[in-house]
Ligand binder design. Structure first.
Ligand SMILES: C[C@@]1(CC(=O)O)c2cc3[nH]c(cc4nc(cc5[nH]c(cc(n2)[C@H]1CCC(=O)O)[C@@](C)(CC(=O)O)[C@@H]5CCC(=O)O)C(CC(=O)O)=C4CCC(=O)O)c(CCC(=O)O)c3CC(=O)O
Ligand SMILES: NC(=O)C1=CN([C@@H]2O[C@H](COP(=O)(O)OP(=O)(O)OC[C@H]3O[C@@H](n4cnc5c(N)ncnc54)[C@H](O)[C@@H]3O)[C@@H](O)[C@H]2O)C=CC1
Length: 214
């Protein structure tokens, strides 16, 4: 059965990470980047995680997992090196109806973490449904070489155009769609924005507005 991909809003949402090793560290860093409120439960943690706890970027419960820990959590990550414990965390979450990621047991996950190319608000997520995380990572590296940092400002630019075009043609959705598709693939505009020449790019958009629709 296939998996359903989502882009999830986690700002200020409580998320629990059980286990503070290498895998826990990777999950925590991604959660913090998404603005989640992270609680970490683990007797020992990596240096990076201990520093984040000291800087109050996360809450660290320095002890072993207890069943009540998952209460009220939006997402839970069972990422210890103890398979039995990970399975218990998963069972607690399944029973409580809480989404859970299990580092060593894809079949117990109610969500998996994809490999992600990040360029500002553009994200490209790669999932293999747990069949080959190594392939997901390799494809991320390939895409990172192809999709450069200039895609961040490009997405911002296109994001500004949409509400503008809605104002210009509030009732002509078909025309807006045609133009937005054309602009998203416009090589010259892309290069202008990549060179920081947003003003020139906007001029070009105005020219496009006067063109007959295709
Ligand atoms: C099911 C899933 C659950 C989850 O964690 O969400 C899961 C499970 C497991 N991973 C294992 C191993 C490795 N994981 C990685 C790397 C990543 N793993 C990630 C996700 C996922 N891993 C989910 C499925 C994602 C999907 O396939 O769609 C990434 C994409 C995202 C992230 O973790 O942030 C991140 C890359 C980030 C990046 O760099 O872009 C590497 C590569 C490396 O480290 O170089 C290896 C070694 C090579 C290999 O095994 O392929 C093992 C065996 C452990 C063992 O053998 O003991 C299990 C357990 C099992 O399979 O039983
Ligand atoms: N999903 C993924 O991307 C990957 C998953 N894995 C799997 O993830 C597991 C964890 O890997 P690492 O982080 O490298 O292990 P690790 O040994 O570096 O860290 C394990 C952490 O779990 C904590 N822990 C142990 N018992 C605990 C308990 N009862 N309550 C709370 N915390 C507890 C330890 O203090 C430690 O911080 C491995 O067993 C491996 O099978 C490994 C590589 C990638």
């Amino acid at each position: 059965m296939g998996f359903y991909s989502m882009a999830v809003e986690l700002t200020d949402r409580p998320c629990l990470v059980v286990g503070g090793g290498q895998v826990g560290e990777r999950k925590v860093l991604n959660l913090l980047e998404a603005g989640a409120r992270v609680t970490l439960v683990s007797p020992e943690v990596t240096r990076v995680l201990a520093d984040l706890a000291l800087a109050r970027q996360l809450v660290w419960w320095r002890r072993e997992y207890q069943p009540g820990d998952i209460t009220g959590m939006t997402l839970v990550f069972a990422v210890t090196d103890d398979a039995g414990l990970n399975a218990r965390v998963a069972a607690d979450c399944h029973q409580a109806g809480i989404w859970v990621n299990v580092a060593d047991a894809p079949e117990k996950c109610t969500f998996m973490v994809p490999s992600v190319v990040r360029r500002g608000d553009l994200q490209i997520a790669i999932s293999t449904a747990g069949k080959s995380p190594a392939l997901a990572r390799q494809l991320r590296k390939q895409l990172e070489a192809e999709i450069g940092p200039e895609y961040g400002p490009w997405v911002d630019f296109l994001g500004e155009l949409r509400p503008f075009l809605k104002k210009v043609w509030p009732h002509d959705q078909k025309r807006r769609e045609e133009l937005l598709r054309r602009l998203a693939g416009d090589e010259i505009l892309f290069r202008l924005v990549a060179r920081g020449k947003e003003d020139l790019a906007k001029e070009r958009v105005k020219q496009c507005l006067s063109l007959p629709s295709v």
